[in-house]
Design a protein around this ligand. Structure first.
Ligand code: FAD
Ligand code: UDP
Length: 378
């Protein structure tokens, strides 16, 4: 009999397994249907010996010192500030849009004050900013929106930006200075030996047992446990009884090429051309030296593993109904990007998991009672 069954060995499940095992001394069975730990942050060495991210580029950035302090128990860090270029009108230009983006795109020599006037003359007045289109058009105007955002967003999400919530493009700021970093956070570092090594250290505890290639749906009637933490898709947990929540997927094409460096920065976005959205070159992220270099091309699709909740009002409304169902199961904790249907970054998921642990500490006595209903989800 395990004290806890935790479904999913990504950030949400692994942080909770670590906390429960080390702080409560309880036993944890951590399962994942994949053949590895780490969830979407999993990295591994490819045949060329280059550390790659199997599920696309994962760059760690946060403003929360407490989250850095927690993760620093399991990893040291390598400073890395992420920079992205966008292939627009035959040039490679900084994105987020900044002073250099505009000066190079239009052959101008504006200073930051003049750029503010430039944006002011182009932005559209939108009474209430609701959509992913509104956010950009009301900041930099329609032409820049069309060059940098419309095509990329249509590819990435399979719908027009006017059909998506503003939170999607609000992730990308606009700058009037020359700062070309993708993120503005106070802490921008990569785990020095990779994410998987960090997860291994997190989960290396005698109270934690891990079973991979194990799907909760197949074993839920057979594994004895007292409490459940679930980090998979919430609609699947409830057997899709209210309908399917849309999740956007990606097909990753991983290749190694015979040159030392393929592109000037870790990520190049393709908002105007190509079927893929972006190319990642990992050596920029890790600082690894190798005569060859490994890349990932991302092709968005509706078919495949669920990677992104799709932020739009009708999906958020359906999720609210699943959230109400979740609340009817006080014996189950729903945590993470899929179980709470939120477009969270890694640090936000770690924060959510640590907050969940704090709630468990307040409300669940150590070694609590057996849950006889364990076998019947929903
Ligand atoms: P996941 O990592 O998805 O883990 C959930 C796990 O549950 C999976 O391993 C899955 O196999 C398992 N599971 C699901 N259902 C079952 C079941 N029925 N039985 C058993 N196991 C199950 N964040 C950043 O901060 N920076 C970035 O640069 C960044 N880049 C990203 C790029 C891409 C392409 C993607 C898709 C995401 C990116 N993210 C990034 C977000 C980051 O991946 C997530 O915030 C984080 O990994 C979510 O952790 P999680 O534990 O909630 O979910
Ligand atoms: N986006 C865009 N063009 C870009 C970069 C981003 O249109 O060059 C939009 C797109 O809709 C994307 C969203 O902004 O999905 C958020 O970008 P981010 O880089 O945060 O996406 P993620 O890394 O989460 O896939």
């Amino acid at each position: 009999m395990f004290d806890w069954l935790i479904v999913g060995a990504g950030f949400a499940g692994s942080v909770l397994a670590e906390r429960i095992a080390s702080q409560r001394g309880e036993s944890v069975l951590l399962i994942d249907r994949r053949n590895h730990i780490g969830g979407n942050a999993y990295d591994c060495y490819d045949e060329a010996g280059i550390l790659i991210h199997r599920y696309g580029p994962h760059i760690f950035h946060t403003n929360a010192r407490s989250i850095v302090d927690y993760l620093s128990h399991f990893s040291t860090w390598r400073p890395y500030e992420h920079r992205v270029l966008a292939a627009v009108d035959g040039m490679l230009l900084p994105i987020p849009i900044n002073l250099d983006t505009i000066n190079r795109l239009y052959g101008l020599d504006l200073d930051p004050v003049e750029l503010e006037d430039f944006f002011a003359s182009r932005r559209e007045t939108i009474e209430e900013v609701h959509t992913a289109e509104d956010v950009v058009v009301s900041t930099v105007g329609r032409e820049l929106y069309e060059k940098f955002f419309r095509g990329y967003t249509r590819k990435q999400w399979g719908v027009d930006p006017s059909q998506l919530s503003k939170s999607v493009t609000a992730r990308v700021p606009t700058r009037t200075n020359r700062d070309d970093r993708y993120f503005g956070d106070s802490f921008q570092h990569m785990p020095a030996n990779g994410y998987t090594r960090m997860f291994e250290r997190m989960l290396n505890h005698p109270n934690i047992k891990i079973m991979l290639q194990t799907d909760y749906r197949e074993v839920r009637d057979r594994i004895p446990f007292r409490k459940l933490i679930y980090t998979g898709p919430v609609d699947e947990f409830f057997d899709w009884r209210l309908g399917r929540l849309p999740y956007r997927s990606l097909r990753f094409e991983h290749v190694t090429v015979d040159c030392e460096q393929f592109q000037p920065v870790a990520v190049v976005n393709y908002p105007q051309t190509e079927d893929f959205t972006r190319i990642t070159e990992y050596k920029h992220l890790t600082g690894q030296k190798n005569a060859r270099t490994s890349l990932t091309y991302e092709y968005p699709t509706d078919i495949g593993d669920p990677y992104y909740p799709v932020p739009r009002p009708e999906n958020e409304a359906l999720y609210k109904q699943y959230e109400a169902l979740s609340a009817s199961r006080p014996d189950v904790w729903f945590v993470g990007r899929l179980a709470t249907y939120r477009y969270y970054n890694m640090d936000q998921v770690v924060g959510q998991a640590l907050a969940t642990f704090a709630r468990i500490q307040k409300t669940v006595p150590i070694g609590g009672a057996l849950q006889p209903a364990m076998a019947v989800p929903g």
